[in-house]
Design a protein around this ligand. Structure first.
Ligand code: MRU
Length: 381
């Protein structure tokens, strides 16, 4: 995958992290709580964007600096920054980077259009870019010409709002999780994937904050191992007991151990509650349904696409087959063999016990409940 490709950004090596198979537990403890924010803006309107390069984790904690639009596009495309809310935040800052000396409104518009081509599934990307476009086209910008500072203010608002939404999701979701719960999660819906705390992981972090004892099984999440590389790293940092499993072990666990809940994030949720998330989520939902285990999807309102009703209409990103057959340059299948690599799948609402948002909880989601919930009509379930 991307970690072997050349990185056009200025990079800063901070330290080696603890995830290597040979690292000692003493070394592991030293890194607890020391990670910088996944996304940071440095300076004023002429500043730059700092991102943890997530392709390097867990063996290396590296912050890259993005000083132009192209570098942000590449970081999103190659999953240096990833996770639906984080992609939206990074893209918003990417539009700010279009505003060098003498830059025009048109350059900002072009930057927004270009960043929208980086990845197709997470609706947060398009939602954030639409907010930036509204600033570009606003009357106040036309009146005072302060485009760069207004764009930065909007990107920072998007960033801040996501942080608040993630904490609220955590509080709303934690109410559903009993003490001593064992939870399965898939991919990474943590602080790395958002402004802070995450969505699915925010529920777990909040349980911990509330003094509940939980343990987590993290699907490794093939083909790019966001579960073992990133989710296990985040939970380990917070000292929440986490056990990494191969994706195909979840059904066996559900049958042989007490699993209290599955909690995942989402990249796009339709008006009827169908949820696109990392490939493998759908089979986890089918397995949870068969075993009678609650299946929760945690996401902010920015992940909902009310223009779509049927999950079949969500565009699914197809990625390079090399991610499957030659990860990190190691050939795992015969040269020339065909590969199919959809990055996401769609879990139908019927398999979702509840949606958890910053506004509350939608039990047994359907179109009426989702629309009422997002409209702020909280006199429901
Ligand atoms: O391809 P990725 O790593 O960007 O996929 C991310 C996921 O599927 C996450 O679960 C989703 O974006 C929610 S992140 C809060």
């Amino acid at each position: 995958m991307s970690s072997s490709s050349s990185n056009p950004t200025t990079s800063t090596d901070l330290k080696k992290s603890s995830g290597g198979a040979n690292s000692s537990s003493a070394e592991a403890k030293r890194t607890v709580g020391k990670a910088p924010p996944a996304i940071q803006w440095d300076g004023g309107p002429d500043g730059f964007l700092k991102l943890i390069d997530q392709t390097r984790l867990p063996t290396e904690l590296r912050v890259i600096e993005c000083r132009d639009v192209q570098t942000v596009w590449e970081a999103i495309k190659m999953l240096r920054v990833r996770g639906a809310p984080a992609i939206g935040i990074a893209a918003a800052y990417g539009v700010v980077l279009s505003q060098g000396a003498g830059a025009s409104l048109e350059q900002a518009r072009q930057a927004a259009d270009y960043l929208a081509t980086s990845r197709p599934t997470a609706v947060n990307l398009f939602w954030a870019l639409d907010r930036m476009r509204r600033i570009i086209d606003s009357e106040s910008v036309a009146a005072d010409g302060q485009l760069a500072s207004r764009l930065l203010a909007e990107a920072q608002r998007i960033h801040r709002e996501d942080r608040d939404m993630c904490h609220a999701i955590g509080r709303n979701g934690a109410a559903l999780i009993p003490d001593q719960a064992t939870i399965i999660t898939h991919c990474n819906a943590g602080g790395l994937a958002t402004a802070e705390y995450g969505t699915a992981l925010s529920v777990m972090f909040t349980c911990q904050d509330q003094g509940k004892s939980i343990r987590v099984f993290a699907d490794e999440t093939r083909p790019l191992w966001q579960g073992s590389r990133l989710t296990a790293w985040e939970l380990h940092q917070r000292e929440i007991p986490v056990t990494v499993i191969c994706d195909n072990m979840a059904a066996h666990l559900m049958k042989t151990q007490r699993i209290d809940a599955v909690i995942v994030g989402a990249d796009r949720i339709t008006a009827r509650g169908d949820a696109a998330n990392k490939i493998g989520t759908y089979s986890l939902a089918v397995n949870a349904n068969y075993h009678g285990i609650p299946f929760y999807v945690a996401a902010p309102s920015s992940t909902f696409d009310l223009n779509l009703v049927d999950g079949a209409d969500i565009p699914i990103e197809q990625r390079d087959g090399a991610e499957i057959v030659a990860p990190y340059g190691t050939r795992l299948a015969p040269d020339g063999v065909e590969v199919y690599n959809p990055a996401f799948d769609v879990t139908p609402a019927e398999l979702i016990t509840a949606l958890i948002t910053e506004k509350g909880v939608v039990q047994t989601p359907n179109e009426e409940r989702v629309r009422r919930h997002l409209a702020g009509d909280n006199g429901w379930e």
